[in-house]
Design a protein around this ligand. Sequence first.
Ligand code: EPU
Length: 431
Amino acid sequence: MKKILINGGRPLYGNINVSGMKNAALPIVFASILTADRCVVENMPIVSDVELSLEILRRMGATVERLNKSTVAIDTTNFEGSVSPYDLVSRLRGSTYLLGAELGRFGCARVGFSGGCDFGVRPIDQHQKGFEALGAKVTIENGCNCITTGPAGLNGASIYFDIASVGATINVMLAAVMAKGKTTIDNAAREPHIVDLANFLNMCGARISGAGTSVIKIQGVEKLHGCNYTIIPDMIEAGTYMVAAAAAGGRVSVRGVIPKHMETVTAKLVEMGADVEEYEDYIVVSRAGRLNRTNVKTYFYPGFPTDMHPQISALLATAEGTSLVTESVWENRFRYVDELVKMNANITVEGRTATIVGVSRLTGAPVKAVDLRAGAAMIIAGLSAEGVTEISKVESIERGYDDIVGKLASLGADIKMVEVPDEESAQPKAN
Ligand code: EPU
């Protein structure tokens, strides 16, 4: 079993490079199913969720070649639909994109239920509504979502989402690019990864406009071709390092970012009293003295990202005064709170709001990465805490952070990944 050990209290200094965005890489990997040509994708983050998505494609007959550390060539000529490996798709939320991609290419799909972080119920009713509007029939059979289309195939349609779901927007885009006629998605998600997927698909010959706004228009085309594409930088990884710098102190330059994507995180850090300098493709974060309290409410982009919620809470845990953090996107994203409390944080949760009374110092403790961003919050807390923090369940963190331990160590953090004997097997067995 792996653990991350952090000896806290050291300020961070230097440059840190941001990798490609996980949540853009996943739909782009599955979008490559839509063309039988070769797609070369650069700036792929080395994270286990993306590795899993590539393994799913391999197991379904695609050829996946790593051309260098962060460049992957995908050829889905021999891809076979309807045989998705349940042992893999059940571990990855992004595997729902197989539904839209297979529907777009073959007119049908059969995919086992997907996994991912546990934030309460994660329905796909909006995805289904979109597929049905395009003329597909959705049923559940033997633990799989099954989608079929009649002889008329898929036809463009007007679709209104009740909620601006990232996954539903992506799935309908994938299904509609080669449908007959025009599709309009109203109340579409506006996240930067939606724009990145649209740019990738357009490079492959699709005709998508309006991505990044709440109305996306798709004129169906007959066929897509391969392309070379570079994934945008990961705004959540960048935000995590900005918050880590504010928590630990020092002066950190977060490199290779799109500052526009960071506006809400920057605004909150400035409100708290951190110094944030913005340049064309990098942001420098430093602070002098203790930070002040603030309130944060997560929302769909361009609101404050839900995927930065646990990290900002870890920072607010030591700010002066009482802060409120309200979660508007997920039903339950507060499982990290019990872990921060073990580190002396003073946090209570009622409904969808956490009340955080800032303490002057967190103290190191054994804690768990209960999900991906919760794990990032434990690292941030550990960097600023007094003493040693020992984080278990690190595989949750590896799902979405490319070499987080190596990157933070290069800034002077006392952080390392260690292999320890599995606690359960190390315990003497009771008779
Ligand atoms: N929702 C519905 N019906 C649907 C779809 C969603 O009610 O058909 C609800 C969800 O229950 C949730 C809200 O809509 O309350 C937002 O869900 P969304 O579909 O936007 O989320 P997702 O596509 O499942 C992606 C990211 C998450 C990120 C959310 C919100 C990927 C693979 N996952 O999930 O990322 O939190 O968007 O921005 O892109 C992470 O990276 O740590 C992560 C969890």
